[in-house]
Each structure stands twice: as structure tokens, then as C-alpha cells.
Write a protein that binds this ligand. Structure first.
Ligand code: ZN
Length: 418
């Protein structure tokens, strides 16, 4: 399995210039190599052989192109090999019926990245400024440079990192992605997990999720689609069963159904992706028990179907992203005070938790999410930090996140909350 976690870089002005210089030098090399490649007759060898024959000229090339000496050797090799990747991709496009020409020169805005392979890089996870890591790159415009990087989750062992790609986005921001090949991404050892890198999720009826970091994610708003569905269904019932008009209308109804279902799936997948990439462990209540605890009202039953679906999607993303997804006992998560464990009865309409024993006051669902997180720590064996829920909850307000914000992929807003 191959995956590529991506992290934001925070280069200094000088480092930024060096990366821009390197990106452009590598681009020029690519264009040069492409010109050479096009001069080689196709029958001179396989694609790989022809591309490698150019790669083999790199040492000689450095004699008349001294700037290449300031670039790490595997970065140069990767740039030449990119010709082969691009031709293979063109082939795939052609196979899919796209009209594609031959490979073109890359203009500056079309060439945004360069890649180190196997060596020439190191990752220091903690010596950067503001708790950041450092990405150490050799021969970046001639010098070894240490670029601050925001690492938001544990990385696998260094030897599993096959390639490091630096990319400048159109916004001007630089990112690094690590190409990692494993059987499955490893989940961090529970004893190595920082309790702050875990999250408790309270799945609700009124909101979809309230998490222990204070985010409240609204349910998906589908009332427009529901109205449309009713309209189309009414229209269907007026048509003569089995007629052409009826068949057309039936398809329209099916279309609305499919669109609603896609929206729901998309929403849950994006949310699950966010939580399993942002955290090392995600804790949720055991839904088999939770379902029995909740009274069998229609709204709850509907919500429960959604929870189960989300729970499975979460599991899938957890495996993919190397994140623990752990179920905890749901009994009393709402009643118990997350600060002092004293239980208080709370009907559903009481939206605030206000503890008569210790005075802890917080949103009812947030209190439940704290309890879920703490139970998760015990269940998984995460060493607790000294912070208490009261400190966290008073330091930040609940952040309301709309479902459309999740669906647009605007999850930066979710990460800014913590
Ligand atoms: Zn209390």
C-alpha cells in the first residue's frame, strides 16, 4: 500500500527563494532532457532504456551546466525520469479516448514540484520553531537547509519514506508530501500517543457530531431535496402506471434519491477523512448499546442508521490513514460530569451541562464528548495529559461547523478550531 501524507512548510524568505530556484532549474533540466529524448529514435530501445540513456548523461551535463552541481543527484534523476511517467500517463489518457498530443515543454507555472528519492533528506520531528518539525534537505540550491514543517500526526519510520516531494501550490504556499510504502499504514502505539492527538465524538440527533475539541458539526441540510422529492413523487402518482411519461418521471425520482444519497456519503467520507488524518485515535460510543439506551422514537431510529453508516466509514478511513477507531461504553456519557464524574439526570431538552457538585458548565454534548474521550484513553491505554476538560472548555468556545462547509472540503476551518 502506498500513501502520501502531506504537510505545510513554513520556509524563511531565503529558503523560499532557494526552493523557487531549484524548482526552476529542475524545470529547465526537464525541458532539456525532453528535447534530447525526442531526438532518440523510437526503435533505439524501450521507453525505459531511452529515458535512462539520458539520465546517464547527467554527470557529463554538469560540466557545462554548473548550476546542476547545486542540486541533489536524485532530484535531477527524478526530473529526467518524469518524462517516462508523463508518457505513461499520456498513454493512459489515449487509451481512455482522450485526444492528446506529444509531451510539451513545461512553462514555469506548469512545473511546480521536485522530488528527492531515498536519500538527501531527513526529518526532525521536534526541533523546529513553535513546536514544528524540520525538514532537512541536502543540496537545495547548493546548501543543506532546514525548513520548518507543520507535522500534524506521527510519521512512520524514516526508512519507510521512499520519496519526498516539495510542491508549490498556485497560492504560493509550499507543501511537502512523503511517499510511504507499507502493507498498511501503521497505527501508532497507544503508549506513544499524546492524549491531545485523540478525539471523542458524540454522535447526536440534533447535531451530527460534537467533538471533544469543541467542534459542533451540523446535520446535512436536505430539506430542499426532500421537497423536490415529494414534488416529483406526487407527479409520479398522477401519471398512468407503466406509460412513457410514468417511466420518465420514475427515473427523475430515482435521480433525486441518488443525489441525496451521494450528498450524505460525501459528507460522511469527508468528515471521517478529516478525523482520521487529524488525530491518532478517534473514540465513539458503542452503537449497539447506545441504540438500546435511546428510546425508540422515529427520529432516533433514523439518526441511528446514519450513525452506523458513519461508524463503518470511520473504520475504513482509520485503516487507510493509520488511525485507531475505538468504541467505548456509552452508559452515562451524558449524565456524568466530565470534570468530577458525579452523575446528574438530564432530559434531552436540557442543552447545558451544569454540575451541582463541582460547578463545571459546558454544552451538554461537549461534556459527553469529553467523557467519550476519557473512556477511550482508558480503553486504548493512552497516557493522560494533566489538562482537564474545564480548562479546555473555558479556553475555547464551541465552533459551529455547517455540513456544507464539510462538503466543500473546507476542513481548514475544522483544524483551526484547535
Ligand atoms: Zn462536576
Amino acid at each position: 500500500m502506498k500513501y502520501s501524507p502531506r504537510f505545510r512548510l513554513f520556509p524563511t524568505e531565503e529558503q523560499r527563494d532557494a526552493m523557487d530556484w531549484q524548482r526552476d532549474t529542475v524545470r529547465q533540466l526537464y525541458n532539456h532532457a525532453l528535447r534530447e529524448f525526442n531526438n532518440i529514435p523510437e526503435d533505439a530501445g524501450t521507453l525505459r532504456q531511452r529515458v535512462w540513456s539520458i539520465r546517464d548523461t547527467l554527470p557529463a551535463l554538469k560540466d557545462w551546466w554548473p548550476d546542476l552541481n547545486k542540486v541533489y543527484s536524485t532530484v535531477l534523476q527524478k526530473a529526467v525520469e518524469r518524462i517516462r511517467d508523463n508518457i505513461n500517463n499520456l498513454g493512459k489518457l489515449k487509451a481512455n479516448g482522450y485526444d492528446v498530443g506529444s509531451l510539451n515543454w513545461k512553462k514555469p507555472r506548469e512545473y511546480r514540484s521536485f522530488t528527492y528519492r531515498q536519500s538527501g533528506f531527513e526529518l526532525d520531528t521536534k526541533s523546529g520553531p513553535n513546536g514544528r518539525g524540520l525538514l532537512i534537505l541536502k543540496k537545495l540550491n547548493g546548501k543543506t537547509r532546514e525548513i520548518p514543517v507543520r507535522l500534524h500526526r506521527d510519521l512512520p519510520a524514516h526508512e519507510q519514506i521512499k520519496e519526498v516531494t516539495l510542491k508549490k501550490e498556485a497560492t504560493g504556499a509550499w507543501y511537502v508530501s512523503f511517499c510511504i510504502k507499507t502493507d498498511a499504514p501503521p497505527k501508532p502505539n497507544p503508549e506513544d500517543i499524546d492524549s491531545e492527538d485523540t478525539v471523542g465524538l458524540d454522535l447526536g440527533v440534533l447535531k451530527f457530531v460534537h467533538d471533544s475539541d469543541g467542534r459542533s458539526v451540523q446535520r446535512l441540510e436536505l430539506s430542499d431535496d426532500r421537497e423536490r422529492l415529494e414534488r416529483e413523487q406526487r407527479s409520479l402518482s398522477r401519471k398512468q402506471h407503466g406509460s412513457n411519461n410514468w417511466e420518465q418521471q420514475r427515473q427523475r425520482v430515482a435521480g433525486v434519491h441518488a443525489r441525496m444519497s451521494n450528498k450524505k456519503q460525501d459528507f460522511k467520507h469527508k468528515l471521517a477523512h478529516f478525523y482520521t488524518t487529524e488525530y491518532d485515535a478517534v473514540f465513539v460510543e458503542d452503537l449497539n448499546v447506545k441504540g438500546m439506551l435511546e428510546s425508540p422514537q422515529n427520529a432516533r431510529n433514523k439518526a441511528e442508521v446514519g450513525w452506523r453508516d458513519f461508524r463503518m466509514i470511520l473504520e475504513h478511513h482509520g485503516e487507510k490513514n493509520g488511525c485507531h477507531v475505538v468504541e467505548v461504553e456509552p452508559r452515562g456519557t451524558t449524565k456524568e460530569c466530565a470534570e468530577c464524574s458525579v452523575e446528574t439526570q438530564k432530559p434531552l431538552w436540557v442543552r447545558e451541562h451544569s454540575c451541582p457538585s463541582c460547578g463545571f458548565e459546558v454544552d451538554r454534548d461537549w461534556n459527553a464528548a469529553f467523557n467519550i474521550q476519557q473512556r477511550g484513553w482508558n480503553r486504548l491505554g493512552v497516557v493522560h495529559s494533566e489538562g482537564t476538560p474545564a480548562e479546555t472548555a473555558t479556553a475555547t468556545d464551541t465552533l459551529e461547523v455547517s455540513a456544507s462547509c464539510v462538503c466543500r472540503g473546507n476542513l481548514d476551518r475544522l483544524s483551526d478550531a484547535v
